[in-house]
Design a protein around this ligand. Structure first.
Ligand SMILES: O=C[C@H](O)COP(=O)(O)O
Length: 232
C-alpha cells in the first residue's frame, strides 16, 4: 500500500456526473490541481486535458474501465485500459468496475477471470476494483473481497461509483477491512461529502477517497486544522 502523509493525497477528485460540461471540467481540473490531490478524474473523453495539466506533478490522471456498471465485455474493458495508458505516464491509476451483473448472478468465476486478466495489464499502474457495495449483501462483499485478495496486481478495493443505490456506509468499510486487512487498500467512493465522514471512514479502515466534493472537504480540513498536513 502506498504511503499517505498528506491529507490532499487521500483524494481522487472526481467529476463524473452526466451533465458535466467541458467548461465545468476545465475549472474542476484547475481547482483540483491547486489542491494537489492524489488524482483527478473527469469524463473519459476529456482525460487528455487532465494529463496535460498534471504533467510534471505527482498528481495522477486516473481513468476508469467499464464505468459505471462493468457490463462491457472483458476485451472492451481491456481496450479501455490500453487506450487510457496510451494517454501518457501521467495515467498512474485505473479504476476497473467489476461486472455487477456477474456478481449478483453469483458468477464468481467470471468475476475472478475478468479482474485477474484486467489487473494483470496493470503491473506498473495502481489498480482499483470497484465492487459497488450498494448492490451487494454482506456475503457478496466478503466473497468479492476474498477473490480480490488472491490477485496480486489489485491494489485497492473501491466501494462505489457514485451511481449506486446508496452511499457507502461505515459498515461496508468494516466488512471489507475484515477480509483485506492491510493487504489491500480501501478507497471509499460514492456519497463522500464531508470531513467528518472522511474521519469516520478512516477510523473504520479506509485509506483514500473518490469524491466530487474533494475541494470542499479539503477546504474544511484546512479551516478546521490550520497548519496540519494530515489527520492525526
Ligand atoms: O468514482 C467516484 C464518484 O464519482 C464519486 O461520486 P460522488 O462523490 O459524486 O458520490
Amino acid at each position: 500500500m502506498e504511503r499517505i502523509d498528506k491529507f490532499s493525497k487521500r483524494f481522487d477528485s472526481t467529476l463524473l456526473k452526466a451533465t458535466a460540461t467541458i467548461k465545468e471540467s476545465e475549472v474542476f481540473i484547475d481547482d483540483s490541481v491547486s489542491c494537489d490531490f492524489r488524482a483527478i478524474v473527469v469524463p473519459w473523453y476529456l482525460m487528455d486535458r487532465v494529463v496535460k495539466k498534471v504533467r510534471g506533478t505527482d498528481i495522477s490522471a486516473a481513468c476508469g474501465s467499464g464505468f459505471p456498471f462493468g457490463f462491457e465485455t472483458t476485451e472492451t474493458k481491456a481496450y479501455m485500459i490500453r487506450e487510457s495508458l496510451r494517454l501518457g505516464p501521467e495515467v498512474r491509476d485505473i479504476d476497473i468496475t467489476a461486472n455487477i451483473s456477474a456478481m449478483k448472478s453469483g458468477d464468481w468465476d467470471y468475476f475472478e477471470r475478468e479482474v485477474s486478466y484486467l489487473s494483470g495489464l496493470l503491473k506498473d499502474v495502481t489498480c482499483k476494483v470497484i465492487i459497488e457495495v450498494s448492490y451487494l449483501d454482506t456475503v457478496e462483499i466478503e466473497k468479492a473481497c476474498s477473490i480480490l485478495m488472491k490477485l496480486p496486481h489489485v491494489d485497492f478495493v473501491k466501494t462505489g461509483t457514485g451511481y449506486g443505490s446508496r452511499p457507502t456506509t461505515l459498515e461496508d468499510v468494516r466488512i471489507i477491512k475484515r477480509v483485506v486487512g492491510d493487504e489491500k487498500g480501501i478507497k471509499v467512493s460514492g456519497g463522500v461529502k464531508s470531513l467528518s465522514q472522511v474521519e469516520d471512514f478512516i477510523a473504520a479502515g479506509a485509506d483514500i477517497f473518490g469524491s466530487s466534493n474533494a475541494v470542499a472537504i479539503y477546504r474544511e480540513f484546512t479551516e478546521k486544522y490550520p497548519g496540519r498536513t494530515d489527520l492525526a
